[in-house]
Design a protein around this ligand. Structure first.
Ligand code: GLN
Length: 304
């Protein structure tokens, strides 16, 4: 497996040239666009890494399925469905123009910014700090890595320049989808995006979703019906307006982030973590997608 991963990375490194690192916040612009790393964690406990798999980066939107999971665990499916829909928007992850008239829950899904921001309100906790700390603990538990924490400089960069996300949150409040202090809600979202991980962490989290909530030690972290819910939403919305193409060419549930990470879930078989920060116009990692395409063909990963 390691040899196969190395061969695929050698073929895909060229695609890092097709993209650009995210620059919507200054801190992300510092990433090296030529990096490419992968980790595959298999159901039988194998951990196979290649390339720049040890670099730590901010998870950004890769945290969204875990926000959805925490909201489901804390508030249940009925409350989640009252706040966000499950249809893919076909629009960029930070789009505003849901409709000319009103913002409704069916216009958003948990994998775009507005949906994830809304779901932060369904996490239990007396304060947003408490809500965030419960979310971070869930991320650590799924990754089996108690050391995971926030990249403070990315967080500060998000907080000082994340005005579009703030505006989205105020829209949610204007249309009564959320209430409470908007600044506190977005602060929780900014911190969640700033959690630092490497490819191994992402692969391990993916494996738990692939195994329907069962951790490597056999303990159940969450009900399998939630894994079904989250994997289905990831399949149709996880790669934003690139989800259809990804379903055709890779064929597994996955989530990308503008930090360059992709977490891919191969049901019952493996979890995959990728890092390559040069992004396409949709905010997905260029070389990361190519790597997953090749790996999917080689190992017949597509669920279709
Ligand atoms: N922090 C990013 C944002 O809010 C997350 C988006 C992403 O990774 N696509 O814009």
């Amino acid at each position: 497996m390691k040899k196969l991963l190395e061969e695929i990375l050698d073929k895909c490194r060229i695609y890092t040239k097709n993209g650009k690192v995210a620059n919507y916040i200054p801190e992300l612009e510092k990433a090296d666009p030529e990096k490419l790393g992968i980790c595959v964690v298999t159901d039988d406990g194998g951990v196979y890494c290649a390339g720049d798999s040890e670099i730590r980066f901010s998870v950004q939107s890769v945290v969204k399925p875990v926000i959805l999971l925490q909201a489901l665990l804390d508030s249940g499916e009925v409350e989640v469905r009252k706040l966000v829909g499950v249809e893919s928007t076909g629009k960029p992850f930070d789009a505003f123009n849901y409709s000319d008239q009103a913002l409704k829950r069916e216009h958003i899904n948990p994998m775009i910014n507005a949906g994830a921001i809304a779901l932060c309100t369904l996490i239990k906790g007396n304060t947003y700090e408490e809500k965030f700390s419960r979310l971070l603990n869930l991320v650590r538990k799924l990754a089996g890595n108690p050391q995971m924490g926030v990249d403070e400089s990315v967080y500060m960069s998000e907080k000082t320049t994340g005005n579009k996300n703030r505006a989205l949150a105020y829209m949610l409040k204007a249309y009564r989808l959320i209430d409470g202090n908007v600044e506190d809600v977005v602060d929780c979202y900014f911190k969640a995006c700033s959690i630092k991980a490497d490819c191994v962490d992402l692969a391990k989290i993916a494996l738990v979703f692939a195994n329907k909530g069962i951790l490597p030690d056999g303990e159940s972290a969450f009900d399998k019906k939630y894994a079904g819910y989250i994997n289905a939403v990831l399949m149709t919305c996880g790669m934003y307006d690139g989800s259809g193409e990804f379903a055709l060419n890779v064929g597994v549930p996955a989530k990308s982030g503008v930090g360059g990470g992709i977490m891919a879930i191969v049901p019952k078989r493996m979890g995959i973590g990728i890092y390559s920060p040069a992004l396409d116009g949709k905010g997905n990692s260029c070389a990361g997608i190519k790597t997953l395409e090749m790996l999917s063909k080689e190992l017949e990963l597509s669920i279709f």
